[in-house]
Every structure is written in structure tokens, then in C-alpha cells.
Design a protein. Structure first.
Lengths: 422, 422
């Protein structure tokens, strides 16, 4: 697939601290996005690798084309599981100069990968050992000299191999409900840092961008969690968060700014930068927020708990579910409670149908029946488009798949998507 | 921007002019010494598109030591005219005049144009006098600008050189354009004016192009009507014979890589001079005399390291572009994006080197020096960023970085063109 991917497949051998580039043929043979990721896993199965990748449209102006993925064997289920790279990590993965990244082996000491413009460096991360995800993100950005670098890191929980561990995308946690963070920890992989200034080629650039922008212009645009809560039939998260809500942020190329930034260390009405170093938190897990709201938590205390989980590198959904029944207010007690989390709860949403077990985790909300939910996940991870957006916006999946032709010169039918997953 | 560059590079006129030079190609010196800004890079882009690879990147010291005798053409671009004239002094002026009188061709854009006008008659400019004429954009009390204050003025004795238009202007044919079919084919030609002179040469028959107006892509530092009135119908590009050679000067940067029609205008002037000159078959290149095919010990590793460091520095430089900072070096204002412009010179040409890493033609010592140089640049860029982020005065750090970048870029291009020539 000459278009839409930029660079070869990178094979990282953590045992030896070396990297190698091989031709990226999986997209042609198995299909783009997660389909290629699964083929790569199969190819290097003996090494039980961790695969980092992106979908066909990730990093383009297709609405909500923010999605990349991390694929690996979940320490919780011992089955293959995928975790999302959203915010700006998926698009930066696409632009890193590597189409997919296969990480094999275990580093003899903590290491982090610095992937930039087709150059892969394995760096010593011994100095970051024990650091939480916020400090790790800061340290790597400081070391590399740029604040737009996307850092996928683990905190102390991942380093300790906790089955409640999750990787974090920069400071804001992630949708990793399969303990991929613990898997990274078991390989001594402290972080993967991404930045690329390259360009993507389309097979028919004018047609692809015109149609993408048309789709974007007509796309549904929401702000906050209101549309999601209405569709799920839950309480109103936006109303609950209103006293501390500061602004809403979108992932790359998404018409909907879902995620609220909440301020609890300074007044949410303060718009300009102030001396307060950490004014608050970007809430990226509506499932976790719903568990805490339903459990009677105050929004400020709940946000502090979510911050503590993100810093520690913990799965916010399972953590919040475990904490839901014991609302706390004192920051010290909240911190202690987060430290004491046992991982006794399963990843799930507090309402809606239970999400089916398997490759796709509970990150995608149960907004449809099991078949439609699975289809949204398959389409999302193959095309690189947020599955939550696909379900909420009721975007025409066939129209979206029709963009594959001008994008990469390939035909794709939504009805045949399941074939890519064997 | 990079897509536009690719499109411009595919313009058919380059092929026509490249062929027009004939089998024996001129040896071209591009001035990169004291006072030169980044715009000399654009001359290199143009020369490469014209397949003129016998290029020397020379400094004021080279001119003073008689290096011009090895070249057929001297090109001086934008920058700080005071610094250029001051560093070369009267001896440098004599070298340049002797070069032209002896059959050489001089072209100066922007600062390189101011430098050689006879009526720009203040120290240190007085000895540099190749074209009888003056500049019209000078007055003692210019009105306050509407925008781009930092680009508006440069001191000139007790007066000020001022720039009422900044950006894209249109050029129409002057009396001396007969024989150049660029205007007949294209009508008015677009070219960028970034602080260059509005000319007033004594002999109107020397004028190749007049300013026809400005386009909507220009910024108007005066009310548009008054700004256009100042430039419209005035001279933009002039050339005269001097002894056996020719000297030309243009206010706009005719060499800018996004303007293929203005590139063609300049190429036509270079070709015309070259065709009229008597030169013998088999003139050996000044550089070729010193060329040896050094078998590199491990060019692949060196190129990889250059790529790594250029990528690192580009990422830091790109980050700096988000900060509202400029630096004044001499009378020239530099913006952070100039950092990446220098780095892109190497970045865009690295694939050519990579493809030839195993050819045995690449000089390992030169590559090692470049790798180490770019590593130093990454360090300087990171230091600069720290100073900028801390809100401290970063003038010294910026000057160190930009000076080093200019030297390294010249070294890189020298090696690159040497390889192209082979």
C-alpha cells in the first residue's frame, strides 16, 4: 500500500536494543490498520510482540481519523487485546515514519523508544524508572526539546506489573482496559515517544481531500459528553462537571470535542495561563467518570482520583468502578485509596449492554447491539476512525469505506470487514 | 508548503533552461558569508533545478582570498547589507568588480542588489558599485507602518530604507527584456519582495522588469493604494554590461523556489550571459580539481546519524515556531521558521545520499563531520528553546545556532553538489 502509510515496519528487539526496518506488506496482504497489526502479530507470534500501529485514514482530515492502536496479549485475559491510541497519539504514530512497530523481547534495563521521522532510537530510561506518567512525559519532552511529542508511557503500576496497569497517552490516561501497560512494564518498555513532520500521500489527493472535507463539513459536531450520555441513557455528566469545567477538547481531526478539561486547582473561569502549574485534568474516560458520578462522588474529588490513576498508570475504568461505592473528598485519602486499588472490578460501563469480551475492550461504549458494536470497532480500528464517533454520529460507513479508493487505491466493503479478522 | 514546492519544481521551464546552458556548464559561486541570511538556499534550489551542480558556497574570506577566479557566476542573496559590505570591504569590492570585468556574471537579489548600486553611497557600501543607479524606497521620516513593524525599516545614514509592500508582487517586462520570452508566454510574472529595493537605474535600456503591482498575497505596510503607487511602474530588475561581464540586481527574490516563472526569468539572464561568453569545451571545474573518490568507511551509519540529528533539530525548531519570538542579528530580523528552512535543505536531500550510501563515492570524513555538526545543532536548538520558554533573552543562543546552521548547510550542500556532479 504505497499511499496512506509512511515508512516501513519497524522491528524493535529490546533484548539487544536494536532496530530493523522491513517492508510493510501486511496492509496489502491482510488489510490496513488493525488487520495488518494482527497479521504482524501472527508473523512474530513466537516473540509475543507488542504492536503499535494506525488505521488507513489516521492522521488525515477524515472526520475523527485520530485512531491508532496498541495490540498485545493481555496479562488479564491472556488473550490478544487492542487498546486505542487516540487524542494526538494515533496521528503522530502515523506520521512517525513507521507504518507499524513490532516490539519484541525484554530490555535489560528500562528503555524508551523515540520514533521520529523514520528514525528509531532506543534510549535508556533508567533515569525515569519509578516516575509517574506525568513526570515521564515531561522528562521525555524536555530531553527531546519539544512539547508536541506524544508520549505513551507507563507509571509505577505498569513497572510493577499490576494487572490494573494501563499505559497513558501523555498525562491523560488511556482506554487501555487490557493491562497493555503491564505488558509494556514486563518488557521494561517505559515509554514510546512519537513525533513526525512528514506528509501522507493519497492515491488521488484532490478527490480524497475534497470528499474528506465534504464529509467533515456535514459531520455531526458535539461538545462534551452530552450526546454520549443521552445515547446511553445515563445521568448528565456535563451537568455534574459544570462547576469545574473549563473547556472541551477534541482528538485529532474530530468534529466533536468530547473531552472536558476540568480545573480544580484554580478557578475554572481563569482563561489565561497562570502560575498554577497543574490547574486540572483532561477527562478522557467517560466510563470512569460515570462510575464515580453514580457512586456519589463530587466532581472535584472524582477528578482528583482520575488524575491520581492517570499519574500512577492505572486503568481508570476498573479503578473508578472499584472506588465508586466509597466516595471520598480529602485529597490525601483519595491518593491513598488509589494506591490501594486491587483490581477487583472488571472493565465495563455502568449502563447499557455489557460489552462483549474479546479483542476489543470496554473502551468503546455500548451504544448498539453486540453486532453493530463489533462492526464499529472493526471499522474504526481498520480505518483509523474513533468507533464511538462512528456510532454516535451514525456516519454512513459505506461512504467512509468509499474513501479507501481515492486514499489508497483499494476497494473496501463494510460487509466484508469481518473477513479481515479471520 | 512542501506540496507547493514539489509542484513548483515540476514546472517545465526548468528543463528548457537546463538544456539551454549546453554541455559545458558554468561554475557558480553562491555567497554564504557574513551578513547572508537564509535566502542563498533558494539560489541552490534554483541551480539544482537547472542541473547546475558545479557550485561553490563561498564566504567573504573566500572572496578576499581570490576564490572568484575559479567561478563564472557570483550570486548574492538577501541578508544584512551592512555586514556583507563591512566584512568584504574595499578589497572585496575590487575582487567582485574585477571578476565581472573579466567576464564573470554577478546577480544580486535584495541585499545583494542594494550592495552594488552606485548611488547607495555610504560607508561601507561606497566601493561596491557595479550598476549605475539608486534605490527609491528611502526617506528621512517614513510614516508608521500598518503591520509587520519588525520588517519595515533599516537605517541608512540619517535616513531609513523602508518597505511598504512585503510579499508577492507582479513584474512586467522592461526595455531590456526583449529576447526573453518569459513575459510573452506568461504575462506579468509573480515574484516575492522581502525588503528588496525599488530600483532607479540611470540607463533605462538596462531594465529587465518593472513592478506592475502587488497581489493579494502581499502584506501592505502602507495603505494599499499608496504602497502600490510607490512601486508601480518602477524598476525591479536591471542588468548592465561591465567590461567583459554582466551585473544584474533585482529587488524581488527571483530565485525563490515557489516562483517558477520568476526563476525562469533569472535563468534566462544566466543562460544569455553564458551563451554570449566565450568558453572552451572541457573547462574543468574548480571543485573537480580537488575531488577525489574517498571510499567511506561506513557512510550508511554516518548518513543515519545525520538523519537522526536533523530530525531531532527540525522537531525542536518546529516547536519554536509556535512561540512569538524573533531575533535581530545586525539589521536583519530572524524568525524561528528560518531554523527549519536551513534544516530542510539537508532533510530534503538526504534520500539522495541514502540511496548512494553503498556507492563508495561518499566521503566518510565529510559525513562524520556533518553528523557531529548536526548533533551540535540539535544541542544548540534545545538550549535556545529552554531560554525562549523561560522568557529569557535568547539573542546570543539564536545567533550561535543560526550561524552554525548556515555553515553546516553550506558544508552539506557542498558535499551534496559534489556528489551530484559526479
Amino acid at each position: 500500500m504505497d499511499s496512506m502509510y509512511y515508512g516501513d515496519t519497524l522491528i524493535v528487539d529490546l533484548d539487544a536494543g536494536t532496530t530493523e526496518e522491513v517492508d510493510f506488506v501486511e496492509a496489502d496482504e491482510a488489510g490496513p490498520g488493525l488487520a495488518a497489526g494482527l497479521a504482524l502479530y501472527e508473523k512474530y507470534k513466537d516473540a509475543d510482540p507488542i504492536i503499535f500501529g494506525s488505521g488507513l485514514f489516521t492522521g488525515t482530515p477524515v472526520p475523527a481519523a485520530c485512531l491508532g492502536f496498541v495490540l498485545g496479549k493481555s496479562p488479564v485475559t491472556d488473550e490478544l487485546a487492542v487498546a486505542p491510541l487516540n487524542l494526538f497519539a494515533g496521528s503522530e504514530m502515523k506520521l512517525s515514519g513507521f507504518s507499524m512497530v513490532v516490539v519484541k523481547g525484554t530490555s535489560p534495563k528500562p528503555a524508551y523508544l523515540w520514533l521520529h521521522d523514520g528514525v528509531a532510537d532506543v534510549h535508556d530510561a533508567s533515569a525515569f524508572a519509578g516516575m509517574d506518567t506525568w513526570d515521564t512525559t515531561d522528562a521525555i519532552r524536555r530531553e527531546m526539546g519539544e512539547s508536541m511529542i506524544q508520549v505513551i508511557s507507563i507509571g509505577p503500576a505498569g513497572e510493577a506489573g499490576s494487572k490494573l496497569a494501563a499505559f497513558s497517552i501523555n498525562y491523560w490516561g488511556s482506554g487501555d482496559t487490557a493491562a497493555i501497560g503491564a505488558l509494556m512494564g514486563s518488557r521494561n518498555l517505559k515509554a514510546v515517544a512519537l513525533r513526525g513532520l512528514g506528509m501522507l500521500d493519497a492515491d488521488d489527493p484532490a478527490e480524497f481531500y475534497t470528499r474528506s472535507l465534504e464529509l467533515f463539513a456535514s459531520a455531526r459536531k458535539d461538545s462534551g459528553f452530552a450526546a454520549l450520555c443521552t445515547a446511553l441513557g445515563t445521568g448528565d455528566l456535563d451537568k455534574w462537571l459544570e462547576p469545574i469545567a473549563h473547556r472541551a477538547r477534541a482528538c485529532f481531526a474530530c468534529p466533536s470535542a468530547c473531552f472536558p478539561f476540568v480545573k480544580y486547582n484554580e478557578a475554572p473561569t481563569v482563561m489565561e495561563s497562570s502560575d498554577v502549574e497543574e490547574p486540572g485534568m483532561l477527562l478522557t474516560s467517560p466510563a470512569a467518570a460515570l462510575w464515580l458520578m453514580d457512586g456519589g462522588w463530587e466532581p472535584e474529588a472524582a477528578s482528583r482520583a482520575l488524575e491520581a490513576m492517570a499519574r500512577e498508570g492505572l486503568d481508570m475504568v476498573r479503578g473508578a468502578r472499584e472506588l465508586a461505592g466509597m466516595p471520598l473528598t480529602d485529597p490525601g485519602e483519595i491518593a491513598s485509596a488509589v494506591k490501594a486499588l486491587e483490581g477487583s472490578a472488571e472493565a465495563a460501563w455502568p449502563s447499557g449492554e455489557p460489552t462483549p469480551a474479546g479483542l476489543f475492550g470496554a473502551w468503546t461504549p455500548p451504544l448498539a447491539d453486540a453486532d453493530a458494536w463489533k462492526l464499529a470497532n472493526m471499522a474504526g480500528y481498520v480505518l483509523g476512525v474513533c468507533p464511538t464517533y462512528l456510532m454516535l454520529s451514525e456516519v454512513d460507513l459505506e461512504a467512509l469505506a468509499g474513501l479507501c479508493q481515492p486514499a489508497a487505491g483499494v476497494e473496501m466493503e463494510i460487509g466484508s470487514l469481518a473477513d479481515l479478522f479471520g | 508548503m512542501r506540496g507547493r514546492l514539489r509542484k513548483a519544481a515540476a514546472h517545465p521551464s526548468y528543463e528548457r533552461w537546463a538544456l539551454a546552458f549546453g554541455p559545458v556548464r558554468p561554475r557558480v559561486a553562491v555567497y554564504t558569508g557574513e551578513g547572508a541570511s537564509h535566502s542563498w538556499i533558494w539560489f541552490c534550489d534554483l541551480l539544482e533545478r537547472l542541473r547546475l551542480f558545479d557550485i561553490g558556497l563561498i564566504t567573504d574570506a573566500d572572496i578576499l582570498s581570490g576564490a572568484l577566479r575559479d567561478f563564472d557566476v557570483l550570486l548574492i542573496g538577501g541578508g544584512d547589507t551592512y555586514a556583507m559590505a563591512g566584512s568584504m570591504g574595499e578589497s572585496g569590492a575590487r575582487e567582485i568588480e574585477a571578476f565581472v570585468r573579466g567576464g564573470g556574471q554577478y546577480h544580486g537579489s535584495c541585499a545583494g542588489a542594494y550592495l552594488v548600486l552606485s548611488e547607495v553611497d555610504l560607508e561601507p557600501f561606497t566601493p561596491f558599485s557595479l550598476i549605475e543607479g539608486d534605490m527609491l524606497n528611502v526617506m528621512s521620516e517614513p510614516p508608521a507602518p500598518l503591520c509587520l513593524e519588525h520588517k519595515y525599516l533599516a537605517p541608512y545614514g540619517s535616513d531609513w530604507v523602508f518597505h511598504p509592500v512585503y510579499g508577492e508582487v507582479e513584474l512586467s517586462a522592461g526595455p531590456a527584456a526583449r529576447g526573453l520570452d518569459e513575459f510573452e508566454t506568461n504575462g506579468p510574472i509573480a515574484a516575492p519582495l522581502f525588503g528588496g529595493p525599488v530600483l532607479s537605474v540611470d540607463d533605462e535600456s538596462c531594465v529587465l522588469a518593472d513592478y506592475a503591482g502587488a497581489t493579494d498575497r502581499a502584506a501592505f505596510l502602507w495603505p494599499r493604494y499608496e504602497a502600490e503607487r510607490l512601486i508601480k511602474g518602477k524598476q525591479a530588475f536591471a542588468m548592465r554590461r561591465l567590461g567583459e561581464g554582466t551585473a544584474s540586481a533585482s529587488g524581488p527574490h527571483l530565485e525563490h523556489p515557489l516562483f517558477p516563472e520568476s526563476n525562469a526569468l533569472l535563468a534566462g539572464v544566466l543562460v544569455k550571459h553564458w551563451q554570449n561568453r566565450s568558453h572552451s569545451e572541457g573547462v574543468s571545474s574548480a571543485l573537480a580539481a580537488t575531488k577525489t573518490q574517498v571510499k567511506g568507511s561506513d557512510p550508511k551509519t554516518c548518513i543515519r546519524e545525520i538523519k537522526r540529528q536533523v530530525s531531532n533539530a527540525r522537531i525542536v525548531g518546529f516547536g519554536l515556531e509556535k512561540t512569538p519570538v524573533t531575533w535581530k542579528i545586525g539589521v536583519k530580523v530572524w524568525e524561528p521558521e528560518k531554523i527549519r528552512m536551513f534544516l530542510d535543505v539537508a532533510w530534503d536531500r538526504l534520500p539522495y545520499l541514502e540511496a548512494r550510501a553503498g556507492s563508495g563515492l561518499l566521503p566518510a570524513a565529510g559525513l562524520e563531520e556533518l553528523a557531529s555538526g548536526y548533533a551540535g545543532v540539535t544541542g544548540l536548538a534545545k538550549t535556545l528553546r529552554i531560554e525562549v520558554e523561560a522568557g529569557r533573552d535568547s539573542q546570543a543562543e539564536a545567533q550561535s545556532l543560526l550561524t552554525r546552521l548556515k555553515e553546516l548547510t553550506a558544508s552539506f550542500l557542498a558535499l551534496y553538489f559534489e556528489l551530484r556532479l559526479q
